[in-house]
Ligand binder design. Structure first.
Ligand code: PEP
Length: 251
């Protein structure tokens, strides 16, 4: 059966010492607790190795927030999927709307990143989602469908089965606006159906689809109670254990 996952995305926040401290605090908070979801933290690249060695990675998975679309070579400033994997991180967030918008990541580029992540045994947390104008024009279904098709549907069934999807309406990210529980369920069910049409019911049933966009302690329970919402990708509220733990415990 598919997993429930609560994944934090720290974005470009916390220096190394602050990040290690936050990871340790979360580790401490989870130490003697059994929770009903997998927990992942998405840190900046420079934190990965230190965070991995400061926590129990059986309890907390570690994710990069990006990786290069090339394997290795003369790409100054880039960090490859193999380098991410060598830190002990097990996940990589790909296709976040901020990367699509500010760093011009196209479906083709993302396709390469996904392939390299999988080849290096990283689990991609692949983000999809529409902007406000697309939602208002009722185009959100076609937008997320093409985002999935263009970057993921050339994968073999075996590889697709390793993907975690994160539906993140761009208008809800960092804005304090959240999709309603009904809006989230409606589009998550659509995403699952889209996956089922391509890879079959079994794979679709086993694909974790997370919701992201101003998810917090106050709305997580309602969002996660939907049958097709399997957890959350959490930005702002993952930057403090006091805000992140109640989201984890919403399951
Ligand atoms: C995100 O960055 O993936 C996100 C969902 O951010 P926030 O929770 O702050 O809206």
């Amino acid at each position: 059966m598919r997993k429930n996952i609560v994944a934090g995305n720290w974005k470009m926040n916390k220096n190394l010492q602050e990040g290690v401290e936050l990871a340790k605090e979360l580790n401490e908070a989870l130490k003697n607790k059994s929770v009903n979801c997998d927990v992942v933290i998405g840190t900046p690249f420079i934190h990965l190795a230190s965070v991995v060695s400061s926590i129990d990675t059986n309890k907390i998975g570690v994710a990069a927030q990006n990786c290069a679309d090339k394997g290795s070579g003369a790409y100054t400033g880039e960090v490859s999927a193999a380098m991410v994997a060598s830190t002990g991180a097990g996940y990589v967030i790909l296709g976040h709307s901020e990367r699509r918008a500010y760093y011009h990541e196209t479906p083709e580029i993302l396709k390469e990143k996904v392939k390299l992540a999988l080849a290096n045994e990283l689990t991609p947390i692949f983000c999809i989602g529409e902007v406000l104008e697309e939602r208002e024009a009722n185009k959100h279904f076609e937008v997320v469908k093409s985002q999935i098709e263009e970057s993921l549907f050339e994968l073999s069934t075996e590889d697709f089965a390793k993907i975690v999807l994160a539906y993140e309406p761009v208008w809800a990210i960092g804005t304090g606006k959240t999709a309603t529980a009904d809006q989230a369920q409606e589009i998550h069910a659509f995403i699952r159906k889209t996956v089922a049409k391509k890879y079959g019911e079994d794979i679709a049933d086993n694909t974790s689809i997370l919701y992201g966009g101003s998810c917090n302690a106050g709305n997580a329970k309602e969002l996660f109670s939907n049958p097709d919402v399997d957890g959350g990708l959490i930005g702002g509220a993952s930057l403090g254990v006091d805000k992140f733990m109640p989201i984890i415990e919403a399951f």
